[in-house]
Design a protein around this ligand. Structure first.
Ligand code: HEM
Ligand code: HEM
Ligand code: SF4
Ligand code: SF4
Length: 381
């Protein structure tokens, strides 16, 4: 397409420059009924899966219909979302902290009509465009990252693993029959953008091979001390190498100390490590961020490695389903997945989920690893 100027003048980049204006004030976008009853809500109910009712002091009722979103969206899709909001909600809508979409109306009849309309919309491939659900004790949207769509450090894909997983657990998105909500999150490398470290079930991209070092260019494109300091295990040291009679300043990686975190690559483009066969996913479970009954908790690694199997990751989705089913069957009401595992004991958790326990799961990172071992005779055979 031919260039079309927005009015910006590259000769005078600072002229007419607007800066530090921040986001639009959220109050500009409130539906009138939300604005009117702001701070005056009395109670709420989950009317049915995907539908909430909030009652205000004034007697006003707001019905919220929540539907799934793929997070990665075209403008065409967003325009369709706007069309729905124009048709049913006077042009108002919002997105949740888990990237679901919420439409608000003022009566049960309108909410039910809207829910039906949303559930009827399909892509040409057959997938739901706006599946209604995500409330109460079910599985809601998967908080996820960029993967092979946009980032340069991933060990797996985000949108692909998430679509495969949501297809597998779709019934739980549309129902509320689990003991408590199950948050599934995904991150494509252990930078853990998002919520993998604090979710009931987490998918995490991992490497299994040390970085390759491009000695010839390293000193030109990296700050060597930053690469050295990036390593959590001290596996990297500065060094010099001779190639074709020329001396290069570079780094050496002690491979038996490297645990393939990829941090050095984030700092230094001359140390790439992604690998088709080496890379895959680890599964973690038992994290949560709320303070309800028990403290917030980190998720723990329970499956050290599952290979990448694009496009549907069948082994990974099978294991996730296995964990979810064992929890759904055995946990008590209100017990989050981690609460359940802690109560029955992790040795029972592995048994009930049919997971293999390997040495990879035993913490060996610095002094705190010691506190994860068992300093008691309390255990079950
Ligand atoms: C190599 C390092 C990283 C790169 C290159 C990177 C790059 C990006 C990019 C390009 C986006 C999308 C922005 C957009 O949609 O316009 C993004 C989103 C995001 N990043 Fe990162 N990021 C990095 C590390 C991190 C880390 C360490 C965290 C958290 C501790 C993080 C948290 C997030 C979150 C929460 C989002 C928003 C995701 C969403 O759309 O829901 N990122 N990042
Ligand atoms: C005082 C500060 C903060 C408050 C009050 C806050 C509050 C919340 C709340 C209420 C949720 C929704 C929980 C749910 O739906 O279950 C949430 C989700 C989330 N927050 Fe925060 N947050 C804070 C700081 C942070 C920080 C510093 C990070 C990142 C380092 C973060 C990352 C996230 C992510 C990734 C989610 C989505 C995860 C999920 O819903 O399970 N938050 N936050
Ligand atoms: S988790 Fe890692 S690979 Fe994925 S988007 Fe974040 S930094 Fe990139
Ligand atoms: S991948 Fe991680 S552990 Fe390995 S050398 Fe790089 S920073 Fe160190």
């Amino acid at each position: 397409m031919a260039f079309i100027s927005s009015g910006y003048n590259p000769e005078k980049p600072m002229e007419n420059r607007i800066t530090d204006i921040g986001p639009r004030e959220y109050k500009e976008f409130l539906p009138p009924i939300i604005e009117k009853n702001f701070g005056k809500w009395v109670y709420h109910e989950i009317v049915e899966p995907g539908m909430l009712m909030h009652k205000a002091e004034s007697g006003d009722e707001v019905y919220t219909v929540r539907c799934g979103g793929a997070r990665l969206m075209s403008v065409t899709h967003i325009r369709e979302i706007c069309d729905i909001a124009d048709k049913f909600c006077d042009g108002h809508l919002r997105f949740t902290t888990r990237n679901n979409i919420e439409f608000m109306v003022d009566s049960l009849e309108k909410a039910q009509e809207l829910k039906k309309y949303l559930n009827d919309q399909k892509f040409s491939g057959g997938s739901h465009k706006y599946p209604v659900g995500g409330t109460g004790a079910g599985v809601t949207n998967i908080v996820h990252t960029q993967g092979w769509v946009h980032c340069h450090t991933p060990a797996t894909d985000a949108s692909g693993t998430v679509k495969a997983t949501m297809d597998t657990v779709f019934d739980e998105f549309q129902n509320m029959r689990l003991p408590a909500p199950v948050r599934i999150s995904m991150a494509c490398c252990l930078n853990m953008c998002g919520a993998v470290h604090c979710s009931d079930i987490a998918i995490l991209g991992i490497h299994r091979k040390p970085p390759m070092v491009d000695h010839k260019v390293l000193d030109n494109i990296c700050e060597v001390p930053l690469a050295v300091a990036a390593c959590p295990t001290g596996a990297i040291r500065p060094t010099k190498v001779e190639i074709d009679g020329k001396s290069y300043k570079t780094v050496a990686v002690k491979e038996e100390r490297c645990m393939f975190c990829g941090n050095c690559y984030t700092m230094c483009p001359a140390m790439p490590l992604s690998d088709k066969e080496g890379d895959g996913v680890a599964l973690m479970v038992g994290g949560k961020i709320s303070n309800r009954i028990t403290k917030p908790a980190f998720s723990k690694v329970v499956v050290p490695f599952i290979p990448n199997e694009p496009p549907r990751w069948p082994t990974m989705t099978k294991v996730i389903k296995q964990i979810l089913d064992a929890y759904a069957e055995d946990a008590r009401k209100y017990e989050r997945l981690g609460d359940w595992a802690n109560r029955i004991g992790w040795e029972r958790f592995f048994e009930k989920c049919g997971l293999e326990f390997t040495e990879h799961l035993i913490d060996d990172f610095r002094d705190p690893a010691y506190y994860t071992w068992r300093q008691t005779t309390q255990f079950k055979f």
